[in-house]
Write a protein that binds this ligand. Structure first.
Ligand SMILES: [Zn+2]
Length: 134
């Protein structure tokens, strides 16, 4: 699994080595701008964890944080933070996030695509595939 160019720029070097329990999983070949947009949307929209694992096809690349993305990608933050423009059709669909949940623990995975054949699998042994969140 080759990590697309530039993903190292998204990783917050100050986070502890223990990975967060929530993941943003990107498809192979997704450009770093897609990854940054998905992360920004996740960190802006959810009231959940401020730290998240970045993964490509389920393989963790590293972890990042709300503060780090806001500091490193201020342009993306401003564009997505503009409530009126962000709400217009066609503007936000590129990074629409789909949430998957484990049925047995609190782990969650967000993706920018949906393919029912490849729902993410929980990292905890025996928990199996995650389900699409209601
Ligand atoms: Zn689980």
């Amino acid at each position: 699994m080759d990590v697309p160019l530039g993903y190292d720029l998204l990783v917050d070097p100050d986070l502890p080595p223990t990975l967060p329990r929530t993941t943003v999983d990107l498809p192979a070949g997704a450009p770093v701008t897609t990854a940054a947009g998905a992360l920004e949307q996740f960190l802006r929209q959810t009231t959940g964890p401020a730290e998240v694992v970045i993964a490509v096809e389920g393989q963790p690349v590293g972890a990042t944080s709300r503060a780090f993305i806001a500091a490193e990608f201020p342009t993306a933050t401003r564009a997505l933070g503009d409530g009126d423009r962000a709400a217009q059709p066609g503007q936000s669909t590129a990074y629409r996030l789909i949430r998957f949940e484990c049925g047995s623990c609190d782990r969650a995975v967000y993706r920018v695509f949906y393919d029912e054949r490849t729902n993410p699998v929980c990292e905890e042994a025996g928990h199996g595939r995650m389900r699409l969140a209601p």
